[in-house]
Structure formats: structure tokens, C-alpha cells
Design a protein around this ligand. Structure first.
Ligand code: XMP
Length: 329
């Protein structure tokens, strides 16, 4: 096997050798494991000539922006600029219900914000950033044929179709992809060596388009996003309290654009339905639905209806992948 300390030292040496002493590097930090570990590694190599940007697209989970910024600031000492682009994203998404359209709009807005960030740096430094850090993993670049000389011999058929090629190609940035020969578990090990908090390294994956794939229909309708954030937080917190977070690949809530009748107190209500989804998986390509204990489900559903205004019904998704996907969209 590879020794991760050696991999780390080799990578740092390679980055120092590649990036010129006057060169600046930019990185779009998603708050996920991969981009965070990649940024931390590059920061170790070139210090504050690395400039990270974290974009709040208004589609993030409960307190996500605060949590990511705090980890970067207090634990990792990473230089991160936080851009609140909520209005920009949500105004473009208003009235859009088609999932592919949502993804396209989100991708396009992201690029425009990233471009503006690079331009600002250019103005400030009097020099255009020359490199872009990406947290691309081995499974992202490879379907079945490992590159020659990579030291990899197994054929792995995982492919994360979502993460590759998300950033502008016409920016003429050279790529730094320090994780591109690694699998997820190796990235976590590297993260541990780089002293990224373990709880952070164990976070469930979260899709780039964020809650837009978890609010079915128009994300700007009513307070769908706010309701979803609250429900999701209760669900995740309950899972953590039950000590089962690490046994689950992904767990989240989905906001359905329907209402159903309920009775709360003496009142007849006509409120929203939310679905809970939790799956186990090795790589996201196939998945099994997670079988919670009845008591857990009972407690969670009760807690959600009691504390989230506008929700009177909770259902659970009991399909695996295939035939379903993990996200609902
Ligand atoms: P599906 O829903 O296709 O998802 O079964 C498989 C895995 O990919 C994640 N996912 C995404 N990740 N950008 C991402 O970075 C996306 O657009 C995206 N769509 C789905 C999903 O959460 C699951 O882990």
C-alpha cells in the first residue's frame, strides 16, 4: 500500500516545484471533504498565495456557511473569501421547475461568481491567478483504465459524473489536482494527517446544486428552503444522537411540492409533506435504503411535525438504487 505521509510530502514537493514563487492559485471551496483537503494541502505548500472562495448560493443546509467558514478559519487557517450570492442564484431560479434547467442555471451562476472572484484578485494583486486547485479524485477521472505509471492496477468502475469539468475552461488556468490518484478513504487519511477535524472528514457527501435537487419544483416557492433546512437538521441531528451517522452514506430530507390534510391541536391543517431519505452505499453508484428502528422514526417524525411550522406529514423513502436514484431531483 501507499504510505500517506509519503504521498503528502511528494505532493507538496511537486506543487512547490510547479507553482512559481510569484504565482497565485485559486480554489473553489465547496465545504466538502475533497476540496477542503485539496486546499489544505496546497496551502501547506504555498501558503497565502492560495486564495479560496466559498460561495453561498442560498441552497445550502442549515448553518452550513457558518460551519464551513468556522472550520476553515479556526481549524485549518485557510484564507477563504465568502461570497453571499443568495439573491443572484434565487432570482435566476425563480419559477424554474425542470431539474436540468436548475442545474444549468446554478452551474452558470457559479462560473460567473468564480470569474468575478478571479478578476477581483487580478485587480488587487496586479496579476492574474495562474493555477486552479480541484479536489478531483481517482474515481472521477477514471472509468476502468488506470493511467500508465499511476501505480494503480485494479479496474474500478466508479465514476462520479457530477464533479468533473464544472469550472470554466476558457480562464486559462492550469490545474492542480493533488488528489487525483486517490480514493475517498485515502483522501480522508490524508485529511487526518493534515489535521482536518475528523468529524469534518466523515461528513456525508452533498450535491453541488445543493438543496435545489431536494426541493422538488420551484425552490423559491413559499418558504420551502427554510422548511427543508429545519427538517434536515432535525433528521441529521437525530441520526448523530443515535450514533448511526457513520453507518450511513447519505441522509437528508426532501421537500415535496404538495400539501395534504392534517389535524394539529383542534385545527385542521393543509400543510407540506417531507420525505426522509437515508442510504448505505460504497460509491454512490448503487445504494440500499437504510432500515431505521421504529422508535427512531417515530421520534423523528413527531419532532419534525411538532417543531417545523408548515409540515404535517413525514414519509420515508424505502427504495434502493436502482431503481431509484439517491437524490429525488
Ligand atoms: P444519484 O442521485 O444520481 O446520486 O443517485 C449519486 C451521488 O451523487 C450525488 N449527486 C451530486 N453530486 N453534484 C454533486 O456534486 C451533483 O449535481 C449531484 N447530483 C447527485 C448524490 O448526492 C449522490 O451522493
Amino acid at each position: 500500500g501507499w504510505k500517506m505521509e509519503d504521498v503528502l510530502n511528494e505532493e507538496i514537493k511537486a506543487i512547490k516545484g510547479m507553482v512559481g514563487a510569484e504565482d497565485h492559485v485559486i480554489c473553489a471551496l465547496s465545504g466538502g471533504v475533497d476540496s477542503t483537503v485539496a486546499a489544505t494541502l496546497v496551502h501547506k505548500a504555498i501558503g497565502d498565495r492560495l486564495h479560496c472562495v466559498f460561495v453561498d448560493n442560498g441552497l445550502l443546509r442549515y448553518k452550513e456557511r457558518e460551519r464551513v467558514m468556522e472550520t476553515c478559519d479556526q481549524d485549518l487557517h485557510l484564507p477563504v473569501t465568502c461570497v453571499d450570492a443568495t439573491e443572484q442564484f434565487l432570482s435566476k431560479l425563480k419559477g424554474v421547475v425542470d431539474p436540468e434547467m436548475k442545474r444549468k442555471i446554478i452551474g452558470k451562476e457559479f462560473i460567473s461568481i468564480f470569474d468575478a472572484f478571479a478578476q477581483d484578485l487580478d485587480n488587487k494583486l496586479g496579476k492574474r491567478p495562474a493555477y486552479l486547485v480541484q479536489g478531483t479524485l481517482y474515481p472521477d477521472v477514471i472509468e476502468s483504465c488506470p493511467p500508465p505509471g499511476s501505480g494503480r492496477t485494479h479496474s474500478h468502475t466508479i465514476k462520479s459524473h457530477h464533479n468533473v469539468g464544472g469550472l470554466p475552461k476558457d480562464m486559462k488556468l492550469k490545474l492542480i489536482e493533488p488528489l487525483k490518484l486517490l480514493f475517498k478513504d485515502e483522501v480522508r487519511e490524508l485529511g487526518r494527517i493534515l489535521e482536518v477535524p475528523v468529524a469534518f472528514l466523515k461528513r456525508h457527501p452533498f450535491p453541488g446544486p445543493g438543496l435545489a435537487v431536494r426541493v422538488l419544483g420551484d425552490v423559491t416557492e413559499g418558504n420551502a428552503l427554510e422548511i427543508l433546512r429545519q427538517v434536515d437538521e432535525i433528521f441529521i441531528q437525530s441520526i448523530k444522537d443515535a450514533g448511526i451517522y457513520d453507518s450511513i452514506w447519505q441522509a437528508f430530507a426532501v421537500f415535496l411540492p404538495v400539501r395534504s390534510v392534517g389535524v394539529q391541536g383542534d385545527q385542521r391543517t393543509h400543510s407540506h409533506v417531507v420525505a426522509l431519505r437515508a442510504v448505505t452505499s460504497q460509491d454512490g453508484m448503487t445504494a440500499d435504503w437504510y432500515n431505521f428502528e421504529h422508535k427512531f422514526l417515530d421520534d423523528v417524525a413527531r419532532k419534525i411535525c411538532n417543531s417545523v411550522r408548515g409540515v404535517n406529514r413525514v414519509v420515508q423513502d424505502i427504495t434502493s438504487k436502482p431503481p431509484s436514484t439517491i437524490e429525488w431531483e
